[in-house]
Design a protein around this ligand. Structure first.
Ligand code: 0GY
Length: 290
């Protein structure tokens, strides 16, 4: 594990907010364990092990029923830890994989059978090396017939350059963490308005309203992020997802208490109807339609 890396909180608090029946933690990871599922040689960080058993324990403790496990860059395009977790979940987890251009049809079929529903394209420069757009477009064309979607991770300043590529994609597109807005600018700033317009103009674009702990400048209880997430939830109630982001890779300022993160949900989705859409109906539509 990198020396400046914080391990996940081993004793999160019990949330006061009780997620509705069927609630999905739609953004979380499994890491390793390294002796069974080694980290990718090209990784930019070495995490702490965060095995599936711990994730499932957290799911139950926080009051969620299901998970969407997202492949993180420390495992590269080696999806074995993800697939192992999906298979062990008894149908209670679906996955988002990372694949390279040389992925075979048979491998895609196997991922599909294990419960993978999408691929992730990561554009955050500190996390990945550059992949040409043609390569990503070719992958998109291969996964579209499976009914999968594409999860994209980028930083707000890069949206103008990336938007033409995103709008060319043939599937639903799910943006991680609201495209990481700069919350010092204000919700009326052109940067955030551009993100809202991107969603408004493209009905196939969804957003995760997760990761206040990453986006916040102030820190817990993340008051500075609430207006951003609340705006996205209220404007696009049928195209938002929420997740813990456990085990919180690359968090160096503080490690969030996962129970407190769950208590953040009613602050951005104030009514039972919005909470149901965010935690139950939307992820069910995207990940459990079959
Ligand atoms: C997240 C955020 C981060 C890391 C990754 O794949 C990854 O390594 O997604 C980050 O460092 O911001 O969603 O987990």
């Amino acid at each position: 594990m990198d020396p400046d890396w914080l391990p996940f909180d081993p004793n999160p608090s019990k949330p006061t907010f009780k997620p509705p029946p069927g609630a999905v933690d739609a953004h979380c990871h499994v890491f390793g364990p390294a002796d069974q599922f080694p980290y990718a040689p090209e990784r930019k960080y070495t995490p702490c092990d965060a095995p599936k058993a711990k994730l499932f324990e957290l799911r139950d403790f926080l009051g969620f029923e299901r998970n969407v496990i997202v492949q993180a860059t420390c495992h590269g395009a080696d999806n074995r830890a993800l697939v192992d977790a999906l298979k062990a979940s008894g149908g209670r987890a679906k996955g988002v994989a990372t694949v390279k251009a040389d992925v075979t049809d048979k491998q895609l079929e196997e991922l599909n059978a294990a419960g993978v529903k999408g691929v992730r394209f990561n554009f955050v420069k500190r996390l990945v090396d550059f992949t040409p757009r043609e390569v990503l477009a070719a992958i998109a064309a291969r996964i579209a017939p499976l009914g999968w979607h594409i999860v994209v991770y980028f930083e707000a300043a890069d949206l103008p350059e990336l938007e033409p590529f995103f709008t060319s994609l043939p599937t639903d597109v799910v943006v991680d963490h609201m495209g990481r807005p700069d919350v010092t600018l204000g919700t009326g700033h052109p940067q955030f308005i551009r993100f809202l317009d991107f969603m408004a103009n493209n009905p196939n674009v969804w957003s995760k309203v997760s990761c206040p702990e990453r986006v916040s400048v102030q820190g817990p209880p993340y008051d500075d992020v609430v207006p951003y997430a609340k705006t996205v939830v209220e404007r696009f109630p049928d195209r938002v997802l929420w997740g813990t982001d456990w085990p919180h890779p690359n968090m160096k300022s503080h490690m969030p208490d996962d129970g407190k993160l769950v208590d953040y949900v009613p602050r951005i989705a104030a009514t039972a109807e919005l909470q149901n859409k965010l935690l139950v109906d939307n992820p069910a539509r995207l990940y459990w339609a079959d």
